[in-house]
Design a protein around this ligand. Structure first.
Ligand code: GDP
Ligand code: MG
Length: 176
């Protein structure tokens, strides 16, 4: 039996400058964005094969306008899966991930099974790293959320992020 294409809305959230656009564009177009307008918000589409299931992902790369709470709530309501992004080179950006995580659970009515992955970007900038692996690993273990360290520049572990998220979404929404 051939299974039909599954469609999922994915929302990429995180502080400004952490590499949300670079991550998204590396995933959908396989190029590295050296510079990108930080105010551009764009939805992209890519089909991903996960364990023999074809998933059509609409990936919304958000861009800061969601500081307006109503808009952020709208994104969270419409999203079925979330990529929470911080930069390994900027410890402060990790706090925003925790805020977003709590907002998602709040908007989703306390549903702790909502698919989320946490991503630490700029893994290639070794000398500038501020967040140790043990710090982030103990946090995500407490949160119960999968974590990926990536580099959009070097194309390290980018597709793992979306594969991992799709697996969660397929478990959460087995056949709708
Ligand atoms: P956004 O505001 O979260 O969308 O951040 P951007 O994707 O625009 O990235 C901000 C800056 O960080 C840009 O200059 C990117 O080229 C750079 N950047 C993003 N990801 C990486 C990465 O993996 N490695 C390196 N070295 N730079 C990155
Ligand atoms: Mg951006």
């Amino acid at each position: 039996m051939t299974r039909g294409m599954r469609h999922f809305n994915v929302v990429v959230l995180g502080a400004g400058g952490v590499g949300k656009s670079a991550l998204t564009v590396r995933f959908v177009q396989d190029v590295f964005l050296e510079t990108y307008d930080p105010t551009i918000e764009e939805a992209y589409r890519r089909i991903l094969d996960v364990d023999g299931v074809k998933a059509s992902l609409e990936v919304l790369d958000t861009a800061g306008a969601e500081q307006f709470t109503a808009l952020k709530e709208f994104y969270i309501k419409s999203g079925q899966g979330f990529v929470l992004v911080f930069s390994l080179t900027q410890e402060a950006s990790l706090r925003e991930v925790n805020n977003l995580r709590q907002q998602i659970y709040r908007v989703k009515g306390g549903d702790i099974t909502v698919p989320i992955v946490v991503v630490g970007t700029k893994l290639d900038l070794v000398a500038e790293r501020e967040v140790s692996r043990s710090t982030i690993q103990s946090l995500v273990a407490r949160w119960g959320i999968p974590f990926y360290e990536t580099s959009a520049k070097r194309n390290w572990h980018i597709s793992d992020v979306f594969q991992g998220l799709v697996k969660q979404m397929l478990t959460r929404h087995p056949d709708d």
